[in-house]
Design a protein around this ligand. Structure first.
Ligand code: FES
Length: 169
């Protein structure tokens, strides 16, 4: 009788131990932890990308802009509108604009008394934008200019015209 009771207790304990979850070994625990960490990093990273600030300004402003030339502008003297890589001139032949973007690697060249010089790699251009010294491979482009009223013109940075093209002032 006593032996039968002990057998039943032993059977119950054995049944309990079979139904109880197996203890997780160290390798499984670390693997699971790594997966959880990777999943949460991915989730938070995605949230961060969604919350990045959006640019508040247009990335490319209009290529056309209006310029009012100063009355005192002398023939052959460059007028550079603020924030635009363009030099605008007025002479007896009319009004014209030359791009100040170097044809080598795109630095902004500076108008000088002899033409233009590039501060980046030393290219020199003549008064009409022709290359006098490299490494710039070609002349500075002339840009479209349309007179509007008085001393004002519309310059189109996006439209090149043949060098020497002037608009009637
Ligand atoms: S960018 Fe002007 S010389 Fe190189």
């Amino acid at each position: 009788m006593e032996g039968g009771m002990m057998d039943a207790d032993a059977l119950d304990r054995e049944e309990d131990s079979r139904l109880a979850p197996e203890p997780m070994d160290r390798r499984d625990f670390l693997g699971l932890s790594a997966c959880a960490a990777a999943a949460s990093a991915l989730g938070f990273g995605s949230l961060g990308i969604l919350r990045l600030p959006k640019p508040g300004v247009l990335s490319s402003p209009s290529k056309k802009f209006r310029v009012t030339l100063p009355e005192s502008l002398l023939p052959g003297q460059a007028f550079v509108p603020q924030g635009r890589p363009v030099a605008v001139y007025r002479d007896d032949g009319g009004v014209f604009a030359i791009s100040l973007v170097c044809t080598h690697l795109g630095c902004v060249v500076k108008p000088t008394a002899e033409g233009f010089e590039c501060p980046c790699h030393g290219s020199r251009f003549g008064p009409g934008g022709l290359v006098k010294r490299g490494p710039a491979p070609k002349a500075l482009p002339w840009l479209s200019v349309k007179p509007v009223a008085g001393r004002s013109v519309i310059v189109d940075e996006g439209t090149a015209v043949p060098n020497g093209t002037k608009a009637a002032a």
